[in-house]
Unconditional design. Structure first.
Length: 107
């Protein structure tokens, strides 16, 4: 996969994934980006989100005249909910969280 590089005003270079649209690495020497590009794995949630946002022209033709049953705001809310759940699972893999309690005792 080809990763576009952006030259920043401070002289550094960013490598951007064209599928999940994140900056996967920043380096002062452009050749240092290749390792991060080789090991990068896209987040499937972001790929699905941006895939819907940037449909291929032939996909638009297939859907011409078909209105989506999911409103864009609902779709974004679902993506954000999934991301938030992944963050919570990552920060508390054993599932011993406080279940929404912010350290307050219940009386």
């Amino acid at each position: 996969m080809q990763f576009p590089h952006r030259h920043n005003t401070d002289g550094s270079f960013d490598s951007i994934c064209p599928r999940c649209v994140i900056t996967i690495a920043t380096a002062m020497d452009e050749s240092d980006l290749s390792h991060s590009e080789a090991v990068h794995e896209c987040d499937p949630v972001l790929v699905a989100y941006y895939g819907r946002m940037c449909r291929q022209p032939e996909r638009r033709e297939e859907r011409k005249g078909v209105r989506s049953k999911v409103e864009p705001v609902q779709d974004l809310a679902q993506v954000l909910t999934r991301i938030w759940n992944q963050v919570r699972e990552f920060s508390d893999p054993a599932g011993h969280g406080n279940n929404g309690n912010s350290g307050k005792s219940s009386r």
